[in-house]
Design a protein around this ligand. Structure first.
Ligand code: CP3
Length: 348
């Protein structure tokens, strides 16, 4: 693939770029005062995510301040279960609450009939954001669409919200493997369709968030993370062969290598636990690396932030590389520390 005017896309296409492309997971969100103001007046998180004007505005907020190389559409990984008819709400400060799946009959109630209609505001927000990036002068900023990976989304659907050990989901997968596999297959179909529509609406790259990939043993990891991800990658590449896909199997440890080899992703999101030298030697010949500053170093700022950032850049910039965090920005992070980090990356 030839170089473009977007360094983020060039890196994902295997180029070593002159400037270091960067964006941050959760770059739009509560650490920004302008986000908190809007959230106050909009009512709730889902009201914002399903309102194309507001979602566009929030997606643009960090770009206007910091000029990232990529904007990620403001939405959530739980829009898929919601669009399949599962009840979802976000209470302020409490995280997501869903009506949990307890048995096979709960899975058979999932329903595609309103899927596209339910997600139409996300596609509309992508169109508007693409236009806003051009009209506001961010011609070199790429637009990222995303979804949760089937395994991670299934944990929320079965646990009914966040969990520490995913015991209910894992025991369900062991005890009722066929039923669990049905759920994963529904999510594969839904996720591929969602991402393909996001690309049609203007996304130039898509990221699959598998935040809880690290909870699985190696065999289950192959079954519930690698195989479904490969199927989604194949389906998306069938329609859009040139759109890069980033996988983020958080906390996968050495299973990161199996994931890169087994899925066909173009880029790989590294959590901050991954050893940099190992990643550079083992993973970077196979995929563009994206990561992996500990959000706690960003919270701390100062010399600790400088040191941690320089180390990552020194180890990873010899190959295709996108600077990011190892997980999302923490909501209490001072905006000045994000400014400090952006200046640092732009200066290197
Ligand atoms: O990165 C971005 O700026 C894009 C938007 C985005 C959000 N969520 C907005 C959001 C993205 C990419 C996500 C992904 C997401 N959502 C993940 C995967 C990444 C990760 O963090 O591991 C997960 C697991 C979710 C599910 C989710 N959404 C949880 C558990 C929560 C509650 C915890 C929290 O941080 O509040 C959310 C809510 C959520 N999603 C917020 C935002 C900005 C906070 C909403 C608010 O209260 O204003």
């Amino acid at each position: 693939m030839l170089r473009t005017d977007k360094p983020f896309l060039d890196a994902l296409n295997g180029h070593v770029t002159d400037k270091i492309p960067f964006w941050f997971m959760r770059q739009a969100g509560r650490y920004l005062p302008e986000y908190r103001d809007l959230r106050e007046s909009a009512g709730g998180f889902l009201e914002m995510a399903y309102n194309p004007d507001i979602a566009t505005e929030i997606t643009m907020q960090p770009i206007r301040r910091f000029g990232m190389d990529a904007a990620i559409i403001f939405s959530d990984i739980l829009t898929i279960p919601h669009a399949l008819g599962q009840h979802l709400e976000f209470a302020q400060g409490e995280g997501p609450k869903l009506d949990p799946i307890n048995e096979a009959s709960d899975i058979s109630r999932l329903d595609f009939s309103k899927f596209d209609q339910h997600l139409a505001p996300v596609y509309q927000a992508l169109k508007q954001t693409k236009a806003a990036l051009t009209s506001e002068g961010f011609a070199n900023t790429a637009l990222i669409g995303f979804a949760g990976s089937p395994w991670t989304v299934a944990t929320y659907m079965i646990e009914g919200g966040s969990s520490k050990d995913f015991f209910k989901t894992k025991s369900f997968a062991y005890a009722q493997e066929e039923e669990f596999s049905n759920l994963i297959n529904i999510l594969i179909e839904a996720t591929a369709s969602y991402l393909i529509n996001q690309i049609a609406a203007g996304a130039e790259c898509v990221q699959l968030f598998d935040s809880w990939a690290g909870a699985l043993d190696s065999n289950s990891f192959k079954k519930w993370v690698i195989k479904p991800t490969k199927q989604i990658v194949d389906l998306v590449k069938d329609s859009h062969p040139d759109v890069p896909i980033i996988g983020f199997p958080r906390m996968a440890g050495t299973n990161y290598l199996d994931y890169v080899q087994g899925t066909g992703v173009n880029g790989i999101g590294l959590d901050h636990q991954v050893n940099l030298k190992w990643a550079a030697r083992t993973l970077q010949p196979l995929a563009c690396l994206q990561g992996n500053l500990d959000p706690a170093a960003l919270m701390a700022g100062g010399d600790a932030l400088i040191l941690a950032t320089e180390q990552i850049i020194t180890e990873l910039r010899q190959g295709p590389f996108v600077f990011n965090l190892g997980h999302g920005i923490h909501k209490d992070t001072p905006v000045e520390h994000v400014e400090q980090l952006v200046d640092l990356i732009k200066g290197m």
